[in-house]
Ligand binder design. Structure first.
Ligand SMILES: *Cc1c(COP(=O)(O)O)cnc(C)c1O
Ligand SMILES: [Zn+2]
Length: 396
């Protein structure tokens, strides 16, 4: 093998990261947060030409199960830095009973509840904590509405990194306990995730701890994007027509949209037709829905946010501009549902399909019923609901 050929075979093909607003580049070998000039998230770039030449999509299918099958498209550069608890490769389940009930022939749920720590937050935090370890970070901090804290605590424990967590005191009990069980220091605060974020940010600055807040750290979105790759594989290298995504910070939605662009550049899609992306939020906290209805490109801070779906209690995402841009580009939609509708949908999913969904996941079913009433969805379309976590985590 020539020198040039050896150089091409890499564990990760990440090349750089750049600001999603101004485009300024930052080196991947240093610790990065977000663009200080724009207060905007940084996004990763890969040498997709080289991946296209060196990696076979069918070979990836045959690898050992889990998110790290896609390591060439993840930011961790040395395999020994990967911290895993078996995240990813969640099932795409057909919903035949609900489909009959709703008159839909191709309805699916991507069921993320089987991830470690019971939610899809595991994907993002596996990527972020692994990269933090690679960069020599020893202390991490996070503000969280619940599941992100539990996931961060678990991966940090495994990586030998100290974990500090700021949670609103009405966070589900399971999240507090799982975080403490993993050895994290948990601070319960009087206020919302936005106040927790302020406090965590200040503590991070004072103490020099690394802040893993949604989109203020560049790599959680990379872990979450793998949901998009798994969907493409599940649908035999095509994409579904509609995806309903319960949106808080928007990591999964932005991540999947990024994955679809990468899949196109890689030439891995048989039909490069992208899904329409649907943002689902709760009526008590729907900043993206409000901005979407006004056709704005940023959202206003939502006052007095309240909903039983803790993961959706995000008054203003740091990536609001990216979420909205992706939904507009996809010709998508944004829908708000009430807590009552969420609880009804949760019972329906349990009774019809045996799935005990998190309220955030159940919200997508409630939103689907609204989109059917609006005739926004055609009965023959391939529709994917995202159940982002297990209902068990919300028991009192
Ligand atoms: C965090 C969370 C969400 C929202 O996810 P984002 O990608 O931040 O929008 C949805 N559901 C559950 C269960 C969550 O924990
Ligand atoms: Zn910038």
């Amino acid at each position: 093998m020539t020198k040039q050929q050896t150089a091409r075979v890499a564990f990760s093909y990440i090349t750089s990261i750049s600001c999603s607003a101004c485009g300024k580049f930052y080196p991947v070998t240093q610790v990065n947060t977000y663009c200080p000039d724009c207060q905007a998230p940084l996004l990763s770039h890969y040498d997709l030409e080289a991946v296209r030449r060196c990696v076979d999509r069918e070979e990836i299918r045959s690898r050992r199960r889990g998110m790290w099958r896609w390591h060439e498209l993840l930011p961790v550069q040395q395999p020994e830095n990967v911290v895993t608890l078996g995240e990813g490769d969640t099932p795409l389940l057909p919903l035949p009973n609900l489909g009959r009930y709703l008159g839909l022939s191709r309805l699916f749920v991507k069921d993320e509840s089987s991830n470690p720590t019971g939610s899809f937050k595991a994907r993002g935090l596996a990527a972020a904590v692994s990269k933090a370890r690679e960069l020599g970070i020893q202390k991490v901090i996070i503000p969280t509405a619940g599941n992100a804290g539990g996931a961060m605590a678990a991966y940090a424990a495994r990586a030998g990194i100290r974990a500090y967590i700021f949670m609103p005191k009405d966070t589900p009990h399971a999240n507090v306990e799982e975080s403490r069980m993993a050895g994290a220091e948990v601070m319960l605060i009087d206020g919302l995730i936005s106040e927790a974020a302020g406090m965590a940010g200040e503590k991070a600055r004072q103490e020099g701890w690394f802040d893993l807040s949604t989109f203020k750290e560049p790599y959680r979105v990379e872990g979450k994007k793998i949901m998009g790759y798994e969907l493409a594989e599940d649908f035999d290298w095509t994409l579904p027509d509609v995806i309903l995504y319960p949106t808080g910070g928007g990591t999964g939605l932005v991540g999947m949209w990024k994955a679809f662009a990468e899949l196109e550049a890689l030439g891995w899609l048989n039909h490069p037709r992208r899904p329409r992306m649907v943002v689902v939020q709760a009526e008590g906290c729907a900043p993206i829905v409000k901005a979407f209805q006004a056709r704005q490109s940023f959202c206003d801070f939502w006052l007095n946010a309240h909903t039983i779906a803790a993961g959706l209690r995000v008054p203003k995402s740091f990536a609001d501009h990216l979420i909205l841009a992706d939904v507009y580009e996809s010709d998508g939609m944004a829908v708000a549902v009430s807590d009552e509708e969420i609880l009804k949908a949760q019972r329906l999913l349990g009774r019809e399909e045996g799935i005990f969904a998190a309220p955030e996941g159940a919200a997508t079913l409630a939103a689907l019923e609204k989109l059917l009433d609006m005739k926004w969805i055609d009965a023959s379309e391939r529709i994917v609901l995202f159940n982002t976590g297990s209902g068990l985590k919300y028991l009192p």
